[in-house]
Design a protein around this ligand. Sequence first.
Ligand code: UDP
Ligand code: MG
Length: 214
Amino acid sequence: MIGPFEANGSAHTTKKVSVVFVLGGPGSGKGTQCANIVEHFGYTHLSAGDLLRAEIKSGSENGTMIQNMIKEGKIVPSEVTIKLLQRAIEENGNDKFLIDGFPRNEENRAAFEAVTGIEPEFVLFFDCSEEEMERRLLCRNQGREDDNIETIRKRFKVYMESSLPVIEYYNAKGKVKKIDAARPVGEVFEAVKAVFTPPSDKVKAASWSFKWND
Ligand code: UDP
Ligand code: MG
């Protein structure tokens, strides 16, 4: 029987890496907060959406198909996205990665695990109301073809129907760190920092403030 490894043409990623999935609806602040995490905690940020957009620009044979799917708010076939992520991981010297905006459905999740053998350390989940996300998407002006009200509504629908179940899956495994993302960027990052700061450093920080107040 041909398994996913043979079909993929490459064995498991041999590199030992630590991965955090960064999930949340469109406009929940994943990209913004990932930039902060990179700066403070030395991760490499891989945005699945950015990798797909770069693939369109590169003039790849899949470009038109990817562009059409993004315009419709649909999820690009796992095989395409996983290849891009796998390549980015292998080409990078770092061993700590934030994977932002992926996996977006159950099939993405299972295929990534089967192909790469990677299980996330945890899932950082940015929880935000649809009203606030919509406001942010319509305000940000990044020239994205999918930041119009028609596509935004489709993206919300796909998020609710396909992506939330992935978060539920990891939640059932106790792997989800949920952040209230409907606040200003700085406040959200304070909550994010607490997730990435090792417990020993938190004790140190607490005893410092204790001495200070003493
Ligand atoms: N996309 C996809 N698979 C992924 C990530 C993104 O198919 O793993 C497509 C999908 O069409 C999505 C679009 O790329 O709506 C934009 O994704 P991105 O994560 O950049 O947008 P965000 O949700 O952060 O606004
Ligand atoms: Mg993004």
